[in-house]
Design a protein around this ligand. Structure first.
Ligand code: TRP
Length: 454
């Protein structure tokens, strides 16, 4: 079984080396593993909590998407999307809000830090604190639980949020007597969790000590590296690599052999200026080809948009049926069990313009059916049923289901439809993932058309 790994990237800043080594590079590497089903998204709803600067949020989103793609993320392989394209996330946020203990949210680090700051300043406890900041952990839990993620790679400061997501998942499962949600686990990249910045403290935008990944090109990269703080040892004097942030950053990029050589050179008295040049060249070797791809993506925002829209489609193929099941559990399902009329296409009287079922008996004498689109394209082939009535019931239920409520499993080259956890039908195998993703909308449309009948 594949492990579903999910992480969000808040779209406020411009990516720096710490982001690359701590989050982007390990995430891209993980996404290439066969046992990983990666979901990476841009947390632009979270960005609204920190910033009301629309231009900055939009710019950052573009930069971050371009950065991840340039770093080698393959959107065919990974589900790569934008949080604000998934309406199921805010919907789930509300479901979780209604079971979240207020006391738990009172204890969230980010909220508590803001309260402490007010208290110290002698202000009202909640002065200047939005409910958005307060609800941050619930929105994050919805991000994770909507997709049944098993593992969530995050920085240390986020561990508490994952624990809260687990708590909310457990509560919901308990209240509704069914394992609706997987309990997620935090994953911390021990090795690279803290890359030092220019001043030796953790590289972070809030310390203003970052080295940009792409912004400003190679000149900016070199200039910033030259500003890394060192001790005052002169060329010829031995340097202690283990207390030098220069060395720590170098090691994060270099092979063991390169690292050993740099270590020896510092002990041997390599001057700091030369050491910085070595570091710059080593980083530039990795960054230069990525920067080229980054610039190409930045010059083509429409291309990025297409990638994100396809990602949203893949993500919603999972979130939509999940939320439908939750709505049902919560008592919110409409009694007609049909999609609302606004999304229902108008029907013409002509029967030949509708999707249709065709039943048949297979070589084993079992009963099956196919669903064809109005245009005659094969959309689904049913499982095989020994009892023709069972096949009939599935057909009947498919007719009433509507596209939004179909529980679909994504397969490498198609989709499978389930009812009550049982596989009932699947699409044909498509040429590739792109063809598969393109087939989803027509399938949903046909199911909507069927549901709108009568
Ligand atoms: N809060 C995370 C951060 O600041 C970003 C984030 C939002 C996230 N939603 C998530 C991370 C879901 C993991 C899973 O780093």
């Amino acid at each position: 079984m594949q492990t579903r790994v999910l992480t969000g990237i808040t779209t406020t800043g411009t990516p720096h080396l710490g982001n690359y080594l701590g989050a982007i590079r390990p995430a891209v590497e993980a996404s290439r593993r066969d046992d990983v089903d990666a979901f990476y998204f841009m947390a632009d709803y979270h960005a609204l909590i920190k910033s009301d600067d629309a231009a900055r949020i939009e710019r950052s989103r573009l930069e971050i998407a371009a950065t991840w793609l340039a770093a080698g993320l393959d959107p065919q392989r990974v589900t790569f999307y934008r949080q604000s394209d998934i309406p199921e996330i805010p919907e789930l946020t509300w479901f979780l809000t209604c079971i979240a203990a207020k006391g738990m949210l009172n204890r969230a680090h980010a909220y508590k830090a803001a309260v402490d700051k007010n208290t110290e300043a002698g202000d009202d406890t909640d002065a200047g604190i939005t409910a958005g900041l307060y609800m941050y952990p619930v929105l994050m839990a919805a991000d994770i639980l909507a997709f049944d993620a098993h593992k969530v790679p995050v920085g240390r400061d986020q561990i508490q949020h994952i624990e809260m997501a687990r708590d909310l998942a457990q509560r919901f499962n308990h209240i509704h007597g069914h394992d609706f949600f997987v309990l997620p686990e935090a994953v911390i990249e021990e090795q690279v969790a803290t890359l030092p910045g220019l001043d030796g403290r953790k590289m972070s935008k809030s310390y203003d000590n970052t080295i940009p990944l792409f912004a400003g090109g190679k000149k900016q990269l070199r200039d910033t590296i030259m500003r890394i703080v060192t001790d005052s040892r002169l060329p010829g004097e031995p340097k202690d690599p283990d207390t030098s942030s220069l060395f720590t950053i170098f090691r994060a990029f270099a092979s063991e052999t390169e690292t050993a050589a740099f270590h020896a050179a510092l002990l041997d008295g390599l001057g700091w200026g030369d050491a910085k040049q070595v570091l710059y060249e080593r980083i530039e070797t990795d960054v230069a080809p990525m920067r080229e791809r980054y610039e190409a993506h930045m010059a083509d925002p429409a291309g990025i948009e297409v990638i994100l829209q396809q990602g949203a489609l893949k993500a919603r193929a999972i979130a939509t049926p999940k939320i439908a099941a939750l709505r049902e559990a919560l008592g919110l399902r409409s009694s007609s069990a049909k999609p609302d009329s606004a999304s229902r296409p108008k029907q013409t009287a002509k029967q030949d313009k509708l999707p249709r079922f065709a039943s048949f008996r297979d070589a084993d004498g079992n009963f099956r059916f196919r669903l064809f689109s109005a245009e005659g394209e094969e959309l689904l082939l049913s499982a095989s049923f020994t009892d023709p009535k069972a096949a009939g019931i599935v057909q009947k239920r498919l007719k009433m289901l509507g596209g939004a409520d179909a529980v679909m499993q994504i397969r490498p080259r198609g989709f499978a439809i389930e009812m009550d956890g049982e596989h009932v039908a699947s699409t044909p195998d498509y040429r590739d993932e792109q063809a598969r993703d393109a087939a989803l909308a027509p399938l949903r449309h046909a199911l909507d058309q069927l549901a709108a009948q009568d």
